[in-house]
Design a protein around this ligand. Structure first.
Ligand code: MN
Length: 206
């Protein structure tokens, strides 16, 4: 069974003015759609496809694919999952701050929400070229920041990212040009902390 491009959970213009409608149309309908198609083409006819393995299982088993398929599955499988999670990390009613256990974990790790935002933004701005910055939940309940190139995800290492920001130019260039820091600054206004708090609560604990 092939993977399906998920619909956006809001209108293309719902995240305006922080993320513009044209960017959302291209990002979802072209970029995410292409990752989905290329992933499906790469796994078609394999047991991963026939047995309906999850995208997480596939990304944690890249070394089991033929050598000539590993890169295409890595890039497009990562792109498929990362974008599916990215859309549901954002909401027109987003912004503000996390609450409850996630707020406590962020404060414990970084000292304050503002200090967390600064460190996370720095990870995104500092990622050379294309990639993502992540907030990852550990099995001990702690949270940490990392970043990855291309469409790589901490999921590939068996970890549990609960929030990621896409810092590929396709995510921001139409509105922000090369000003990646301005895009990330605006992006905080659409982060859906209720959704991220649920991911934190659902992340596996050791
Ligand atoms: Mn993207």
């Amino acid at each position: 069974m092939a993977f399906t491009l998920p619909d956006l959970p809001y209108d293309y213009n719902a995240l305006e003015p922080h993320i513009d409608e044209e960017t959302m149309r291209l990002h979802h309908d072209k970029h995410h759609a292409t990752y989905t198609t290329n992933l499906n083409n790469a796994i078609a006819g394999t047991h991963w496809d026939e047995h309906n393995h999850s995208i997480e299982e596939i990304l944690q088993s890249l070394d089991q694919f033929p050598a000539d398929k590993q890169t295409v599955v890595r890039n497009n499988g990562g792109g498929f999952l990362n974008h599916a999670d990215f859309w549901t990390s954002m909401s027109p009613n987003g912004g503000g701050e996390p609450t409850g256990d996630l707020a406590d974990a962020i404060n414990a790790a970084f000292g304050s929400f503002d200090a967390f935002k600064e460190a996370f933004s720095k990870a995104g701005v500092g990622r050379f070229g294309s990639g993502w910055a992540w907030l990852v939940a550990g099995t001990d309940g702690t949270v940490s920041i990392s970043s990855s190139p291309n469409q790589d995800t901490p999921v590939m290492d068996g970890k549990s990212p609960i929030l990621g920001v896409d810092v590929w130019e396709h995510a921001y260039y139409k509105k922000y040009g090369p000003a990646r820091a301005d895009y990330i600054k605006a992006w905080w206004n659409v982060v859906d902390w209720d959704a991220i708090g649920k991911r934190y609560a659902d992340a596996p604990r050791g």
